[in-house]
Design a protein around this ligand. Structure first.
Ligand code: MG
Length: 278
């Protein structure tokens, strides 16, 4: 039984939705200090009213140069970041395991989310902090028990995520809440693409410019409809919830002050720096 109405076509054209702080903008624009949402154009942002997840896209008429703002995580998950573990066969193998029979899911708290260029804070408790580049789904409406063929009706868009992991604590604890849940351990961004369709796009993670992960989204074991169908049999998803879809092979530690970039064809690049060991 379908338990949600059809997703309204509120966003008829492809859009890149950004959330930003106008702190760097020219003060004469008088935009105030609260984060704003906008639609990214060619080097500029058309400011919109409110949050597009709830109120659609209504331009205010103001336009801000991209170079004069600081981009923030494009979404603050309303309740949770759901993550899929071992969703690429080569990564399951490098972790010393088989491909799981069913998707493995876990949560990151929404307090772990940071935006592009924010610093990943290396916690004192850990001696090894790893990157995991991943495709991130942004949910557009409340939903439960979504059939695979309706999965795209509940998606607002896609962005890039980094499922930062304290690998030593993950092994030590046996379950992953601490290892995956530190503040700053979920970089998201740089924007949400509303009409992205995952196919065979390349996903790449570089560490200080060196390629560490390189795969295709088509290498996922469970694709996006599989994931949404599975997760929503367990829990209700809310607008603004995020699903990280798993990482390819090549995971590894990040040294102090490293720069890590996750890029996905069609979605852009997400870069963050690592702090010194806390
Ligand atoms: Mg992961």
């Amino acid at each position: 039984m379908v338990k949600f109405p059809r997703f309204e076509a509120r966003y008829p054209s492809p859009m890149r939705i950004v959330r930003f702080s106008p702190a760097l903008a020219d003060p004469v624009l008088d935009l105030g200090k609260d984060p704003l949402f906008g639609v990214l154009g060619d080097g500029s942002i058309a400011v919109i009213t409110g949050d597009p997840l709830y109120s659609g896209v209504k331009p205010t008429g103001q336009v801000v140069p991209l170079a004069q703002v600081r981009l923030l995580a494009p979404v603050l998950p309303r309740s949770k970041v759901v993550c899929i573990g071992k969703n690429y066969a080569d990564h399951a193998k490098e972790m010393g395991g088989e491909v799981p029979e069913e998707p493995i899911i876990f949560l990151k708290p929404n307090t772990s989310v940071i935006g592009p260029d924010d610093t990943i804070a290396w916690p004192a408790m850990s001696d090894r902090v790893d990157f995991e580049g991943e495709l991130a789904i942004v949910i557009g409406r409340i939903c439960k028990d979504v059939p695979k063929e309706r999965a795209h009706d509940v998606i607002f868009g896609y962005t890039i995520g980094n499922d930062v992991t304290a690998r030593d604590l993950q092994k030590k604890d046996g379950q992953w809440t601490r290892a995956k849940g530190f503040d700053t351990f979920c970089p998201l961004g740089p924007w949400i693409e509303t009409d992205f369709i995952p196919r065979d796009q390349k996903i790449t993670t570089t560490l200080n410019g060196e390629v560490k992960q390189s795969a295709r989204l088509s290498d996922m074991i469970n694709n996006v409809p599989d994931i949404i169908h599975f997760v929503t049999q367990v829990m209700t998803l809310l607008p603004g919830d995020v699903i990280l879809t798993g990482t390819p092979a090549g995971i590894g530690p990040m040294p102090e002050r490293a720069s890590v970039t996750v890029s996905i064809e069609g979605l852009g690049e997400l870069t963050n720096k690592v702090s010194i060991h806390g």
